[in-house]
Design a protein around this ligand. Structure first.
Ligand SMILES: [Zn+2]
Length: 203
């Protein structure tokens, strides 16, 4: 990977290489970030390094919904104003942020941490499905909303889960079709996402 920059000092090329590993960061951006940090103050560099370390040290998964959190249970699971009868199943923690931004959902969540994708060697056992099924044993739950992304893997995962959950006698719904096929929940605008929630249909 490292297109060696022979004239570059070792620590500099090392930082460029580390930045290049980040999603969406190409070699050019990695160089730009590195040279930005070279000029930044000691404090700013320290703050960045500290923030990176803290995210690894302090962030855990909520033992109930599997969302990332620094306290267990997370703030949403701990909030007794929320409706424990509805669980919205999402792929990633960022999807929760998107749904919370709509301000129109007051139920609970469950984060799968991925989707079933045979091509990438990801099967049901690699996701937080067992944890979800354990939660559904509680009498409190009435409805499960499938809010996986509207793409091939998201649909397949939703169908797989629906087959598992329907026999339990729970209502299973899917976000309405307002979302464009192939889209990412994370990037959907608030209005579209709120409509998709309201218009969810039983599957
Ligand atoms: Zn939680």
């Amino acid at each position: 990977m490292s297109e060696s920059l022979p004239s570059t000092a070792m620590p500099v090329s090392r930082l460029i290489e580390e930045f290049s590993k980040l999603p969406g960061v190409g070699p050019k951006s990695a160089q730009r970030l590195t040279y930005y940090l070279l000029r930044a103050s000691q404090e700013d560099a320290q703050a960045l390094a500290q923030a990176i370390l803290e995210v690894k040290e302090k962030i855990i998964l909520c033992s109930i919904c599997q969302n990332i959190t620094d306290s267990d249970p997370c703030a949403i699971c701990n909030n007794d104003q929320r409706d424990r009868g509805i669980i919205c199943v999402v792929e990633e923690p960022l999807d929760i942020l998107a749904l919370e931004r709509t301000g129109s959902y007051r139920g609970m969540y469950h984060v799968l941490h991925g989707v079933i994708s045979p091509m990438d060697g990801i099967g049901p056992d690699d996701l937080k499905i067992r944890e979800l099924l354990a939660r559904l044993k509680s009498d409190e739950v009435r409805e499960v909303i499938m809010a996986t992304n509207p793409n091939l893997e998201g649909e397949a995962t939703s169908m797989y889960l629906t087959r598992l959950i329907s026999p339990l006698g729970l209502k299973v719904t899917r976000l309405a079709r307002g979302l464009p096929m192939g889209a990412d929940l994370e990037y959907a605008d608030n209005v579209t996402l709120a409509r998709a929630l309201e218009g969810r249909q039983e599957v």
